[in-house]
Ligand binder design. Structure first.
Ligand SMILES: [Zn+2]
Ligand SMILES: [Zn+2]
Length: 330
C-alpha cells in the first residue's frame, strides 16, 4: 500500500501497487510480513504533519513476519525466524549520541515507512541489527503493536520517572497508552486516564485504570507523573496543572499541535518537569519486549486486511479503534 503524495486520509491516499521484490542490502534481511500495526505516526507521514522524507513511500513501522532472505553478511537471524521491524531503521553508530547510548537522537538515523519503504507490504527489508526477535508467547498480530506503541510508551513511562506504586496520569488512550497502562499496572501504579472517547474510557477501566474522565474533568488525585499521548498541545498545561510537586510530564508523540501559553505557577513552578520523547533506542525495545513477555501484556487488536489500510487509518484518525488497528496478510 503505497503513498504517492501526502493527502488527508479521508481521500484514501494509499494505493495497492505491485512493486519488485526488494533485495536485502548488506547486513539486511528480507521479511515476509504477516502483520503490521498502524500508528498515529503513519497518519502524520501520510497527511503531511511530518515533512516527506521519500515519496512514493510504503508506510508502516510495526511489522512482524519471517525472515525469507539474507543480504550479504547478514547472520543474526535464521531463515524462517520470526522478527519485528520497528520505526528506528538505522543510526550512524559513530556520533556522540550513538556512542553515548542515545542513538534515538542521532542526526543520521533512518526510519521505516518514512525514509525507507515499510511494512504495509508483503515484503520489507530491515537491517538485522535494528530488527527484534519476537518472544514466543505473542502471535503475530499481538506482537505488532509492541514494536512502536509498546516501545515508545515504555520509553515515555521511563522518561516520566513514575515511581513503582506511584500515581500515573495518561492523556489520550489509543494504541500506545493501552499497552503502557498494562506495564504501569505491573509496576504497581494507580493509573488515571483522561480521554474524550467513551469506548476508550471503557477499555481503560477494563485494563485496570483507577479512574477515567474527559479532558475537562479534574482527576481525583495529583499524579506523580503523566504521559501525554494525544497530539494535542492544549493537554500540556492540563497535565502540568494536575501534577504533584516535583513530578514529570512526558510527551510521547512525534508531532503535537502548538502548546498554549502557560502561567509559571501553577504549571511549571514547584519543580515540575516537562520532557519530550524522541523515538527510542534498541535497548528500550529489547527491554520492552522482555517485560511484555514476562507480564504478559495483552494488546487489544482490531484486524483489517492490508488492502483496507485506508479504512483502518480513517478509523484510527476518528478515534474509532479500541486498542490497536492491525493490518494482516494471508
Ligand atoms: Zn549517530
Ligand atoms: Zn509508531
Amino acid at each position: 500500500m503505497q503513498l504517492r503524495a501526502q493527502a488527508s486520509i479521508a481521500t484514501s491516499p494509499l494505493e495497492a501497487v505491485d512493486l519488485p521484490v526488494p533485495e536485502p542490502g548488506p547486513g539486511e534481511v528480507r521479511v515476509r510480513v504477516r502483520a503490521c500495526a498502524t500508528c498515529r505516526t503513519d497518519l502524520h507521514v501520510i497527511e503531511g504533519d511530518l515533512a516527506p522524507r521519500r515519496l512514493p513511500i510504503v508506510p508502516g513501522h510495526q511489522a512482524v513476519g519471517t525472515v525469507e532472505a539474507l543480504g550479504p553478511g547478514a547472520r543474526r537471524f535464521a531463515l524462517g525466524q520470526r522478527v519485528g521491524i520497528p520505526w528506528l531503521r538505522s543510526s550512524c553508530g559513530a556520533c556522540a549520541f550513538c556512542l553515548g547510548g542515545r542513538e534515538n537522537l542521532c542526526e543520521g538515523s533512518t526510519y521505516t515507512g518514512w525514509t525507507h519503504d515499510g511494512g504495509y507490504a508483503e515484503r520489507c527489508c530491515v537491517p538485522e541489527a535494528f530488527a527484534y526477535a519476537i518472544p514466543e508467547g505473542f502471535d503475530d498480530v499481538e506482537a505488532a503493536p509492541l514494536l512502536c506503541a509498546g516501545i515508545i510508551g515504555y520509553r515515555a513511562l521511563r522518561r516520566s520517572e513514575v515511581p513503582r506504586g506511584g500515581r500515573l496520569a495518561l492523556y489520550g488512550f489509543g494504541s500506545s497508552a493501552h499497552v503502557t497502562l498494562q506495564v504501569a499496572r505491573h509496576w504497581g501504579c494507580s493509573v488515571y486516564v483522561s480521554t474524550r472517547d467513551v469506548a476508550h474510557r471503557r477499555l481503560a477501566l477494563e485494563l485496570g485504570a483507577a479512574w477515567t474522565g474527559g479532558p475537562s474533568d479534574a482527576p481525583p488525585v495529583r499524579a506523580d507523573a503523566a504521559v501525554v499521548f494525544a497530539p494535542a498541545g492544549e493537554l500540556v498545561p492540563v497535565a502540568l496543572r494536575h501534577l504533584e510537586k516535583g513530578g514529570t510530564v512526558a510527551l510521547a508523540g512525534i508531532h503535537m499541535s502548538d502548546v498554549p501559553a502557560m502561567t509559571y505557577e501553577p504549571h511549571l513552578f514547584w519543580e515540575k518537569n516537562l520532557r519530550s520523547v524522541t523515538a527510542n533506542t534498541r535497548e528500550d525495545g529489547e527491554a520492552l519486549l522482555a517485560e511484555a513477555a514476562a507480564i504478559p501484556i495483552q494488546p487489544r487488536v482490531t484486524l483489517y486486511p492490508l488492502a483496507e489500510a485506508n479504512r483502518a487509518l480513517r478509523d484510527l484518525a476518528g478515534d474509532r479503534v479500541a486498542g490497536t488497528a492491525v493490518l494482516t496478510l494471508d
